[in-house]
Design a protein around this ligand. Structure first.
Ligand SMILES: CC(C)(COP(=O)(O)OP(=O)(O)OC[C@H]1O[C@@H](n2cnc3c(N)ncnc32)[C@H](O)[C@@H]1OP(=O)(O)O)[C@@H](O)C(=O)NCCC(=O)NCCS
Length: 153
């Protein structure tokens, strides 16, 4: 493993867009990604980079003491190598420093691969949002996880 994790920057948008378009049935637009990556007050976007090429990314949003996972994607040729797990580990470390107590996300009911990843991080299903992915007519599972917070009594 020679890749590294760093914060995403404006110059990364085209590569993130390419991953979105390959990996998501309802990909975000360039404008949406730009808004997300540059909104550093409430967002934290990280990328895995190898030899200057972006292999995967994770975007989270902070809402009070909650972490919302907005997106995660890995280039198809690089799936199954622990890239998503490395991004999640990094986000969990950062969340701990921010005293974040809970995390949530939505995931398509058919996306078992992503669900398996999330379950390894303590997420549990708490409900369903009907027709959340309206273009493809698919429901989303709503997952929540309690984060270990160091200073908890
Ligand atoms: C879901 C997704 C982000 C996972 O990314 P990934 O980098 O392949 O995930 P990881 O490699 O960290 O973990 C996935 C698997 O690889 C395995 N793995 C982890 N480290 C590994 C390593 N060093 N070598 C080989 N396999 C490894 C994991 O055990 C896991 O096994 P599984 O296939 O039985 O689940 C990726 O498949 C993707 O981009 N999907 C499309 C977009 C998407 O659905 N995003 C989620 C929307 S909610």
């Amino acid at each position: 493993m020679t890749w590294q994790i760093r914060l995403a920057e404006r110059r990364d948008i085209s590569e993130l867009l390419a991953i979105e378009q390959i990996q998501f049935p309802e990909p975000w637009t360039r404008g949406m990604l730009l808004d997300e990556v540059t909104n550093i007050e409430t967002r934290r976007y990280t990328v895995v980079v190898e030899d200057g090429k972006i292999l995967g990314y994770l975007g989270v949003m902070f809402v009070m003491d909650e972490l919302h996972i907005n997106t995660i994607g890995v280039l198809p040729d690089f799936e199954g190598k622990g890239i998503a797990a490395a991004l999640m580990d990094d986000a969990w470390r950062d969340a701990k420093e921010r005293n974040i107590e809970r995390a949530t996300l939505e995931v398509a009911v058919s996306n078992k691969r992503a669900q398996d990843l999330y379950y390894r991080y303590g997420f549990k299903p708490v409900g369903i949002r009907k027709n959340y992915y309206d273009k493809i007519g698919e429901d989303a599972l709503v997952l929540w996880a309690d984060l270990p917070v160091e200073d908890k009594p």
